[in-house]
Design a protein around this ligand. Sequence first.
Ligand code: APR
Ligand code: PHB
Length: 400
Amino acid sequence: MRTQVAIIGAGPSGLLLGQLLYKAGIDTVIIERQSPDYVLGRIRAGVLEQVTVDLLDEVGVSERMLQEGLVHGGFEMLFQGRRHRIDMHSLTGGKHVMVYGQTEVTRDLMDARRAAGLPSVYNAANVSVHDFDGSQPAVRYETDGPHGKQQHRLQCDFIAGCDGFHGVCRASVPASAITEYEKVYPFGWLGVLADVPPVSHELIYANTERGFALCSMRSATRSRYYVQCELNDKVERWSDDAFWAELRSRLDPEAREHLVTGPSLEKSIAPLRSFVAEPMRFGRLFLAGDAAHIVPPTGAKGLNLAATDVKFLSAAFIDHYRDRSAAGIDGYSERCLRRVWRAARFSWWLTSLMHRFPDSAGFGQKVQEAELDYLVHSEVASRSLAENYVGLPLNFGSGR
Ligand code: APR
Ligand code: PHB
């Protein structure tokens, strides 16, 4: 089998890249290790920057999002028992974010790929990438056939590594060719999804004595809540009642009164990590999304970064095939990394500001309180937060 771009991974990065290349007339095959149901079972963040909304629109996958997504012009910061609204809309000259779950983005992209009749291989086993330092890379994988395992070889011009943090692509690069930067935080997030109306019509980020909490949502009838928990905590230790009691203890009196509880549809614990791999290109292998970088979920930048990576990657392939130019390919890594580090910085900063750290009870905590106080009372500081939260423009700072 042969294609122009072999895409490894059918998460949001791989699927959106597939759609961008399809619109440009470039052939792709997506190879995914899991089943479609498994991919759709993962619950992740749900705040889309305008840049991401525009990209979904550009590839014709925005209809349901525009109907069902919730436009938010502000969010709230809760500390010392009081809520303070960050008016994103007025602070950024009219910008906002779209609250629409990553699971739904993935479903919409999957449906569009299927409707266009584009090839995807799910349940692919033992995926491996080869010869990307030469001119003829290839992907090998196995599928279940009627007579046992079937071996496949996909020849291609380029490989797009969209296979997430634990994927095979980054792991296939020689260690000497890659530099990894990592920060692991000393806590996790315990998250619950439930069919209950959100406690407030906007998101609440809370810094409390008992730790961070976040009130988010998927719709007017479905809520997503998180509480900071110990790194080695086990989800089995948390009954629904225990979760609701803990969340309630971290809210202000008004929110406590309005909180509606109910059975959890999903409950899980996620560790928090900042990670960046440099560079993002190795010959004809390109990393995009979580395969190249992870941000902690505070601020919900993960999916948005994945979307802009694949926008830059599709532009690079379009340069190559349409204009016979290597400029996009040669500039891909640097172009992405600039944006990646800005989001890594913001996510790290918001995480540091909002969580309780085991080793910073005294001075560290006082400084955190002073910064929160400054943040909500200084228009300049609030504007900086709002500008990063709604997302910086695609080519911010590059003059392009
Ligand atoms: N072969 C094929 N597919 C693989 C392999 C492999 N060896 N390893 C992993 N995959 C698949 C995973 O099963 C998954 O479906 O790659 C996909 C990667 O998807 P994501 O982890 O969702 O990563 P990405 O598409 O880059 O999306 C980034 O997801 O993790 C969140 O916060 C992150 O919102 C961000 C977004
Ligand atoms: C979510 O809805 O899951 C969510 C929202 C905002 C965040 C993180 C997660 O900062």
